[in-house]
Design a protein around this ligand. Structure first.
Ligand code: GLN
Length: 453
């Protein structure tokens, strides 16, 4: 994999940092343990992985795709990093991402965009475009992403790979640099549903160092993936969300989705249409809640504690802070800090942030009602196939539209997965099928995903 990275990553730019020596020494430890007759640390011991550059690592930099953290090395490992190490999974390096996980194309990285291996003039999705592109270009067989509004699923869809956003609270956020804390969730990415399930079981589990961590046993996702692989979905009830099937989506995406639904029926599932009217307001609610949390979380980049510091020697502390943030943050991050600060300000709080929270509750209720009659919900993962690099960078609203189908799951704290759903008939580019399930029912995603794949 290191040779492959050396050969192709000049063009793809999936990695911000490659840690060849560390990866080889982790792999050697696995070999030595096996050589001395010890049992492997996990089913994935020795299988290398690409880690999104938003999880802290003591032996490599953590930049979050931002200039403000350039060269910063964390004094501690994220819990997820520790779990990878304990499972004997060598980390090949850190992958490119939209700055602080804000974006849908990886073009908001301060270190240049990642290119989609299917067509290098196109975007690999975002914010976890680096992880998805590393998988799709065979630079790594496993990867880690984070999903605040779709950043695991949408990159998986546009690169024809698999990605899961686990139930909120089931993968530790300790050492995951926060974007929007009530939405962020780390998750597994792979090239098959079973690989993704194996990684899911490595990273999930209670962590006392994360106050929102769920204290419950890890869901049996590997068993579910194995069961699903038999291709039998008899007895399973699937809901097609009416509001996530629109004429405004790319025709090839809708055609691929309709074919996927027909296939689920052939596998024995009972498919019905369900209505979740509040989902139509998910985008508006998300783009108030996320910036509000961002404006608070990113206050920690104050030029005193981490990374970049712009100081001509004659500046006051306030001036240093302002100059550093002006130089260190990119356009999209600044835009969201401004929106969030406005939405939270006195006099506007109830009208904006308060209303958005009410919509969030309505979305959760729509889900609850739907799950009274079905086991899983399905939709396209993204309304579009990967677009051209540069096409939407100057139109943030057009960019936000690519998150339409993924946002409701984050707002409700539920789980969802994207699996490859063939190539679009109109442009020959990858399409993803999104499977959604209630909180703490992640195994349903894997059963359906493995049967469909
Ligand atoms: N594209 C979404 C955004 O820009 C999702 C981001 C994410 O999941 N980290 O906010």
């Amino acid at each position: 994999h290191l040779d492959r990275i050396a050969a192709v990553d000049g063009e793809i730019n999936a990695f911000l940092h490659v840690a060849g020596e560390q990866a080889l020494s982790a792999a050697k430890q696995v070999d030595d343990a096996l050589g001395s007759g010890q049992a492997p640390a996990s089913a994935l011991a020795g299988v290398p992985l690409a880690l999104k550059d938003v999880f802290t690592t003591t032996d490599m930099p953590t930049t979050c795709g931002s200039k403000i953290l350039e060269g910063w090395v964390s004094p501690y490992d994220a819990t997820l990093t520790t779990r990878l190490r304990e499972a004997g999974i060598p980390v090949l390096g850190k992958t490119n991402m939209d700055e602080f996980a804000m974006g849908s194309s990886t073009e908001n990285s301060a270190y240049g965009p990642t290119r989609n291996p299917w067509d290098t003039t196109r975007i690999p999705g975002g914010s976890g475009g680096g992880s998805a592109a590393a998988l799709a270009s065979n630079q790594a067989p496993l990867a880690i992403g984070t999903d605040t509004g779709g950043s695991i699923r949408q990159p998986a869809a546009v690169t024809a790979t698999v990605g899961t956003k686990p139930t909120y609270g089931t993968v530790s956020r300790f050492g995951l640099v926060a974007c929007a804390s009530s939405l962020d969730q780390g998750g597994p990415c792979g090239r098959s549903v079973l690989d993704t399930a194996l990684l899911h079981e490595v990273i999930a589990g209670h962590d006392p160092r994360d106050s929102t961590s769920v204290n419950a046993p890890v869901r049996p996702v590997v068993e579910a993936a194995r069961q699903g692989a038999s291709g039998d979905l008899k007895g399973l009830r699937v809901g097609v969300v009416k509001e996530l099937h629109s004429e405004s989506y790319q025709p090839g995406v809708i055609a691929s989705f309709d074919a996927a639904v027909a296939q689920l029926t052939e596998l024995g599932a009972e498919v019905v249409e369900v209505s979740c009217p509040s989902f139509l307001h998910a985008l508006a609610a998300y783009y108030l809640i996320l910036p509000s949390e961002v404006s608070s979380n990113l206050a920690r980049f104050d030029a005193m504690r981490y990374g970049l510091r712009v100081d001509d020697g004659n500046m006051s502390a306030d001036q240093v802070m302002a100059a550093t943030r002006a130089a260190g943050f990119g356009k999209e991050v600044k835009r969201r800090i401004m929106i969030g600060t406005y939405a939270l300000s006195s006099g506007y709080y109830d009208a904006y942030y308060g209303s958005a929270l009410k919509v969030r509750t309505l979305i959760a209720r729509d889900f609850d009602k739907a799950y009274e009659s079905v086991d899983v919900l399905v939709s396209p993962t993204s309304p579009f196939t990967p677009w051209k690099l540069g096409e939407k960078v100057d139109d943030p609203l057009a960019m936000y539209l690519s998150d339409l189908c993924t946002l409701p799951t984050n707002l409700a704290g539920h789980c969802a997965m994207s699996v490859p759903s063939g190539l679009s008939a109109d442009d020959g580019l990858p399409v993803g099928l999104q499977i959604m399930a209630p909180a703490m029912a992640d195994e349903r995603l894997y059963r359906v995903g493995a049967a469909y794949e």
